[in-house]
Design a protein around this ligand. Sequence first.
Ligand code: GLU
Length: 469
Amino acid sequence: MNNNVITRFAPSPTGYLHIGNIRAALYSWLYAKKNNGKFFLRIEDTDLLRNNQKYIDYIFYVLEWLGLYWDDKPIYQSNRIDLYKEIILDMLNKNLAYKCYCSEKRLVKIRKYCLLNKLKPRYDNYCRDKNLNFKNKSYVIRFKNPLTGNILFKDLVFNKVKFNNSELNDFIILRSNGLPTYNFCVVIDDYYMNITHVIRGEDHISNTPKQINLIKYLNFYIPNYVHLPIILNEKGKKLSKRNSSSNIKKYLEYGFLPEAILNSLLRLGWSYKNNEIFHIHEMKYLFDLKNIKKSSCILNFKKLIWINKYYISKLSYNKIQLYFKNFLLFNNINISNINNISEIISYICYRSFLLKDISNFCLLFDDNYYLLKKNDLSKFDKDISIKILIFFKKKIFIISMWNIDNINKIIFELFKKFYFLNKNKIYKYLRFFITGKIVTPSISMIIFLLKKNKVIYRINYSIKKLFNN
Ligand code: GLU
């Protein structure tokens, strides 16, 4: 085995990357960086039925967004089919593998039998020693897993892990469609890519003994294994590709910053003193596989939001603007209709938890999104609303200097004039008719940022709407 650290991230493009995948990528990347080693990207795309190009594009987008750049060119397993087949043929010739002609019907029957008898479902090795070779009959190729003995391996997180060969299957290495399977390709590729540390989720720990058996038969070296404990959501449920709260796309839609995601994932089951915040250069320096905890960990969404706000307030304004631009592109949000957009962003930016808070705030200033929903409108007293709006409009109209103090003064006059109404209620009226929303940040600030003409336009629109209602 190579002495220089070589790690890899090997996603299967069968779904959007999830938080667990990203953590495996981050730890693999950090460990390679810390040791001046290499970090490779391998796309495990041999499952034709479930692969999708959009998931591949997404892998690149997310890794680049996070700044987890890989060394050399990415490897696609689909480009290596000839190599896999050559090795499988050799295994057949050396009697390390065999053709299995069992029908789906038969396999279902075995599965049912195992379930009924509370046995672990496994193939019964029917074709194992028969040396079958039929023409024009569909078959799969299975690996001849040792029938007895144990597989013992040292995992850098879970320490000694032991499996009994009798629990393992003669697993399929070549499907009937002529494509090799995950457990086979991973062994071949890790070997040819000189991978020294296989860092991946705990869900793969049961694949490891199968892979080690194959490695031994092929006379390859055994890499170091690092299985990362499973991540649970706050309800204690395992995160998976199908679980939308773990899908990294959701985090891009909310407007999390890469720094916050990396920081939170680093801290999941790994610690250094009591530090909460780690900058990427510190991560590279401090990260060590030794400090990974064995127990499962919980992704705390509230904490993640808190960390995001921390980064929004700490990063340079230019950087946040760049992230925000990408966020808008990613989510197809158009804010180009708003005139004084930089003024609006600079006000809301450091008050926001997520980039979505910034875009939601910006859209308050786009007339295309200004709408007085019937349902909400019906909650406001028509006569009072009209009176408040007419009074407010008159005052706004003659304001000499458009600044927040003068706007607040007018609101104060409103309080006096409508003394019989609670102040909060008056804010509620203004907020709704000027923005169409029930909840917003400071309404006087919104009025200021909207500018006089737009405020008057919206008041006129509201009055008309109230009369027609
Ligand atoms: N392709 C596998 C997955 O997406 C990872 C394989 C590995 O890291 O060994 O779960």
